[in-house]
Design a binder for this molecule. Sequence first.
Ligand SMILES: Cc1cc2nc3c(=O)[nH]c(=O)nc-3n(C[C@H](O)[C@H](O)[C@H](O)COP(=O)(O)O)c2cc1C
Length: 149
Amino acid sequence: MAKILIVYFSRTGCTEKMAQYIAEGIRFTGSEAEIKKVSTIKDADALAGYDGYLFGCPTYHRDMTQNFKTFLFLAEKAGLEGKAAGAFGSYTHSGDAPKILADTMEYVLKMKLVPLGSFNALEGKLKNEDPEILKACQQYGKAVAELAG
Ligand SMILES: Cc1cc2nc3c(=O)[nH]c(=O)nc-3n(C[C@H](O)[C@H](O)[C@H](O)COP(=O)(O)O)c2cc1C
């Protein structure tokens, strides 16, 4: 049974909702999912002991938020090479943060990334509790858990 850590930031709750849906998908596979806010991760040791990782950050000003950039410098010291990985984050139009996150996890941290799902017009779908987005998030979590398993 794989143990998966989800670390996220959310200003208005949308990325937090995604984290919860993703955790459901992980748990459907029989794997364990732990969700932590990025502000609670104080050192690289806090990232030790998991088989897979999902990082979630919303897009503001076509970028990741500063706290998540700082977190990635900490993650660099955690030895996550070869671990199963996924990236996500709520947005309204350009959705840059999940793409930047995915790139960093794959090319800098050298993790095994599950390619980003199709998360178009995400915020609207999240706010409407669209079953399509619930399913997409659950499936993404499931895919990371299976890769980690
Ligand atoms: C000031 C501001 C700037 C934003 N910039 C972008 C942007 O560049 N691209 C985008 O796709 N969404 C942008 N958004 C929309 C947010 O990403 C969206 O509201 C998202 O759902 C917030 O997620 P959260 O609730 O997890 O904080 C912006 C929102 C605000 C308030």
